[in-house]
Ligand binder design. Structure first.
Ligand SMILES: [Zn+2]
Length: 593
């Protein structure tokens, strides 16, 4: 399938460069040409002496589009070529506002009105009228921050064919127009987001980038749907940090929560503290084992000490990682309840070398809210790092990003639009209103315009990858977690060509599937291998790493152990008594927040 991306550059080429980087992020290579180079291609496309622009998806500024339209208007010869060869145009506002106004009035054939946005946050809505265009963002209502709509205008048109794609109470920020039968997607933003730009707090918030990111991503996901990277499915999981496996923990009653999961269709993963591995209540373990489609556990630190994965000593981190897994293995041995080998860092804190320790100890991934390490010179998180299925900047070990519900349904929807899994995180106190807030949030997530598959967090990690179809029976896949689950639901065998970024391939001991070791090779960015999956079959491929030359033991001192015991007791007193007592008092006086 060919879906050529053509960037028409002008004097201000920064946005064109940003568009090229953004396309490359989605796996689409583009060509940047001037208008003078493009017009001959348009009229001669398909002949031997020119490049083909058939099916071209054109990205340019309003300044360039205005010149293009003037040229085509003056040429009876070019107009039919335009209709035949150009698939669609994404146009962003150029430097000249008058050009923008003139262009829009020309396209809409009416007196379209322009306005500046009032200062401050602005509510926006994404249309649900165009099926297939807006994906998970369809129908989303959110509030853009002032910086999220900076350098853009709103416009109002009475043209019946115009469709507002992102609108505000003052007019549209992004709309679909049509010119000579070719759809024109017009963004009033002057900017296209730079995927290499740094996120100061390591978290991408679409509310801060509505104008520069949402419009272009909606267009790219739609216009290049046959050639850009996409997920095989959208997975989701709710992670609850800290609880012991007892019938009640703080505001959570696990029987009650199960009923809510059955009523509202979701699954929950307890980020379990390995220090508690000998304290699980048999009836709660049984509840988890009897309901594996709803309940699962992952690994939350080792002792859950303060910033225990924020230390810089790689061997100590490796020993902690190993000890965490040993405790969970012992827990599985005594209870029969297996855990997902996914790490949730205590307090979200990790050092630069912690991901390497986890990888070598046998974890398949981490799930965390924070994406920046705790070291004195932390590695910056760029937009592209965050937009990726998982953050891979730490030794190519995946950190799947999690969000709190109060970060807004628009952020979950945008993550899904990017192809990321939806991993939400709460603590027990979020259930303090008899699960009402939680149920409302889950309902909103399940109502998004996309099918969501709720799974345990380990399966979420294994099944979150990106793929592109090469042919009817072959796919290119980029894997993230150290284990990859491929399910072939088609009626023919599919050959998967799998790539995994890996900074140190020499650490790999083996790559295997259920049927044994398989051949793999190194390349410039990591390793690659092939797997064939027959119709209806599911195969798991896993990468195993060599242990470091250490016995994986690290004797903690007695004072440390005493401190950890005291810390755990105090945390549980706080969660089980102080939080619930405080709320009962608040309820009594009607002051609950
Ligand atoms: Zn915790």
């Amino acid at each position: 399938m060919t879906e050529p991306a053509i960037l028409l550059h002008d004097l201000d080429s920064a946005e064109v460069a940003n568009a090229a980087k953004l396309l490359r992020f989605f796996g689409v290579e583009s060509e940047s040409v001037s208008l003078d180079e493009f017009l001959p291609c348009l009229s001669k496309s398909g002949t031997n002496d020119s490049k083909s622009v058939i099916g071209g998806r054109v990205i340019c500024s309003t300044d360039v589009l205005e010149q293009l339209i003037q040229t085509i208007d003056q040429s009876a010869e070019l107009s039919p070529w335009w209709k035949e060869q150009v698939h669609s145009v994404f146009v962003y506002s150029g430097a000249d506002l008058q050009n923008l106004e003139r262009l829009v009035r020309h396209l809409t054939q009416d007196d379209a009105e322009f306005d500046e946005l009032p200062p401050g946050p602005i509510d926006f809505k994404v249309t649900d009228q165009l099926d297939g265009l807006c994906g998970a963002m369809a129908g989303i209502v959110g509030t853009a921050s002032a910086s999220g709509v900076a350098s853009c205008h709103v416009l109002r048109t009475s043209n019946a064919l115009a469709i507002d794609l992102i609108s505000t109470a003052h007019g549209a920020l992004f709309l679909k127009l049509t010119w000579h039968d070719v759809p024109i997607f017009l963004s009033t933003s002057r900017n296209i987001i730079d995927v290499d730009s740094i996120l100061p707090n390591g978290v991408f918030d679409i509310r801060d980038h509505v104008a520069s990111a949402l419009a272009i991503v909606l267009y790219v996901r739609w216009a290049f749907s046959g050639t850009c990277w996409g997920p095989a499915e959208i997975n989701a999981c709710l992670v609850i940090d800290d609880p012991l496996l007892k019938p009640n923990y703080g505001f959570i009653n696990f029987h009650e929560l199960l009923l809510r999961m059955q009523q509202h269709s979701f699954s929950a993963n307890v980020a379990f503290i390995p220090w508690n591995s000998r304290r699980s209540a048999p009836e709660t373990v049984k509840l988890f084992k009897d309901n594996p489609e709803y309940y699962s556990i992952s690994v939350h630190g080792c002792d859950h000490g303060r910033a225990e994965f924020g230390i810089a000593d790689p061997l100590h981190l490796y020993a902690k990682s190993k000890q965490a897994l040993e405790r969970m293995t012992e827990h599985e041995f005594t209870t029969g309840l297996a855990c997902d080998r996914v790490m949730v860092f205590p307090q979200g804190v990790f050092s630069r070398v912690a991901p390497t320790a986890l990888k070598r100890a046998g974890f398949i991934a981490a799930a965390n809210n924070d994406t920046i390490d705790s070291g004195p010179n932390p590695t910056a998180t760029r937009v592209g790092d965050f937009w990726d299925i998982a953050v891979m900047k730490y030794d190519d070990f995946p950190i799947f990003t999690r969000r709190y519900p109060w970060e807004g349904i628009e952020n979950f929807a945008f993550d899904i639009l990017l192809g990321k899994p939806a991993i939400a995180v709460i603590h027990h106190d979020y259930c303090g209103d008899d699960y009402k807030r939680l149920a409302d949030f889950i309902d909103r997530l399940n109502l998004l315009n996309c099918p969501i598959v709720w799974r345990n967090v380990g399966e979420v990690a294994k099944r979150s990858y990106r793929q592109k179809a090469i042919s009817l029976d072959s796919r290119e896949v980029e894997m993230y977690a150290s284990e990859l689950c491929l399910e072939n639901r088609s009626e023919r065998p599919i050959r998967y060509l799998i790539q995994k970024r890996e900074s140190t391939p020499s650490l790999i001991k083996e790559i295997r599937t259920d049927s044994g070791r398989i051949l793999w090779s190194e390349n410039g960015s990591g390793v690659s291998f092939e797997v064939q999956v027959n119709a209806g079959e599911t195969i798991t491929a896993s990468i195993g790493f060599n242990d470091p030359s250490t016995n994986g033991r690290y004797g903690e001192s007695l004072p440390y152990k005493a401190r950890m015991s005291a810390r755990r007791c105090l945390s549980e007193l706080r969660d089980n008594y102080w939080h619930t007592y405080r709320q009962r008092i608040a309820d009594m006086f009607g002051t609950r927040q």
